[in-house]
Design a protein. Structure first.
Length: 375
């Protein structure tokens, strides 16, 4: 009698089919497409008034005709908007014909990074006005050396639309206060001119004088600057800022094997050293009659003792009574201040000419003057 209920339950369970099996009501239908068969379209009798049956997703006919492009072109880089993990954003914004790079940093932080970007690409700075946030570069031939920074490599396929020969360019960067606090805007202007032979005068063009080429360069430079800022933040976020605090601490006055004074600039590239010495000479009031960056020479006009002063010393009381009011200007000598780089070290020296060093006392005074005004 005890086995009867067990047998009854077994018979009842055997009669119940699994609802989730292959034959169940809730079976898995994900593989039914493998059993699909191609059948003839549904035919509707002609006497019935109905709309024609069409495919819901029709494939348009593909034409074999091919229209060739008039000229080669480069696909422009898309607008960039990069955000760091800390929430700092770098955005290229456009309004009409104007565009600028918006940086989530104050102008005082963005300014040295723009200088670092130019140094990275070996683009020398001609002048800079920190108070106005404007700096201007020297004339630069970006296509002269294909290994000269990633900026020139990015330009190589973009330019030449409006010029028939080699050109050189000058850039003006302007760092403004952004709309929101702790933000800044970096704007760019470009001027281009043909590279002339030595001795031929060249007219000074206006900014953005080659519209199409200038626009392409503006796009590329701002995009490369954006990528540089992101890379700089992740790899060396404070190195350039610390370098800008006091360049004078990186300068060491020493002597060469012949006892001539030299100014050694540690941890600075040639481009940065040239720009720093140029600014120091201007700050010190030294009369620079000419300069040749390619040769690394500044032509200085100083008094015979090598003492450069911004203001003339006033005459004494006794000489005021008996001295003459007519002062003859002391004759000045032309000296060469040379900036050279050897084995990664930049040194500054003073010479009378290409084969003769300047007197040691004059060299030491001028080099100390440069060291004191390095910023």
């Amino acid at each position: 009698m005890k086995t009867l209920p067990v047998m009854a339950c077994a018979l009842a369970l055997a009669g119940c089919a699994n609802p989730f099996g292959k034959e169940g009501y809730f079976r898995d239908k994900s593989g039914d497409y493998t059993q699909a068969r191609v059948t003839t379209p549904l035919e509707i009798p002609e006497q019935m008034n109905t709309k024609p049956m069409v495919d819901a997703l029709s494939i348009p006919p593909i034409s074999s005709d091919h229209t060739g492009l008039e000229s080669d072109f480069a696909v422009p880089r898309p607008d960039q908007r990069l955000t760091q993990k800390q929430g700092e954003a770098y955005i290229i914004e456009r309004t009409g014909d104007e565009q600028w790079l918006l940086v989530d940093r104050s102008p005082s932080e963005a300014w040295p990074k723009v200088l670092a970007f130019l140094e990275e690409n070996d683009i020398p700075v001609k002048s800079q006005n920190v108070k106005q946030g404007v700096l201007e570069t020297e004339w630069t031939d970006l296509g002269k050396d294909p290994e000269k920074g990633y900026v020139s490599r990015a330009f190589s396929k973009l330019f030449g639309a409006e010029v028939t020969g080699p050109v050189e360019d000058r850039f003006q960067f302007e760092v403004r206060q952004g709309v929101t606090p702790a933000s800044s805007e970096v704007r760019l202007k470009i001027k281009s001119r043909p590279i002339l032979e030595e001795g031929q005068p060249a007219a000074e063009p206006e900014w953005n004088n080659l519209e199409e080429r200038s626009q392409k360069m503006d796009d590329s430079i701002l995009n490369e600057l954006l990528l540089f800022l992101v890379r700089d933040d992740s790899e060396k976020s404070v190195s350039y800022l610390a370098q800008d605090l006091n360049l004078g601490s990186l300068a060491v006055l020493e002597q060469d094997g012949a006892g001539n004074p030299l100014l050694r600039l540690d941890q600075l590239s040639y481009a940065r050293s040239w720009s720093a010495v140029d600014s120091a000479l201007q700050q010190a009031g030294v009369d620079v009659t000419d300069k040749n960056r390619s040769a690394g020479i500044f032509y200085l006009q100083v008094d015979p003792k090598g003492v450069v002063k911004k203001e003339e010393e006033s005459s004494g009381w006794f000489s005021g009574w008996f001295g003459s009011d007519d002062k003859e200007e002391a004759p000045k000598d032309v000296l060469l201040m040379r900036v050279t780089e050897l084995n990664g070290v930049v040194r500054v020296s003073v010479e009378k000419d290409a084969n003769t060093s300047a007197p040691a006392d004059i060299s030491r005074k001028l080099l100390n003057l440069v060291k004191e005004n390095l910023k």
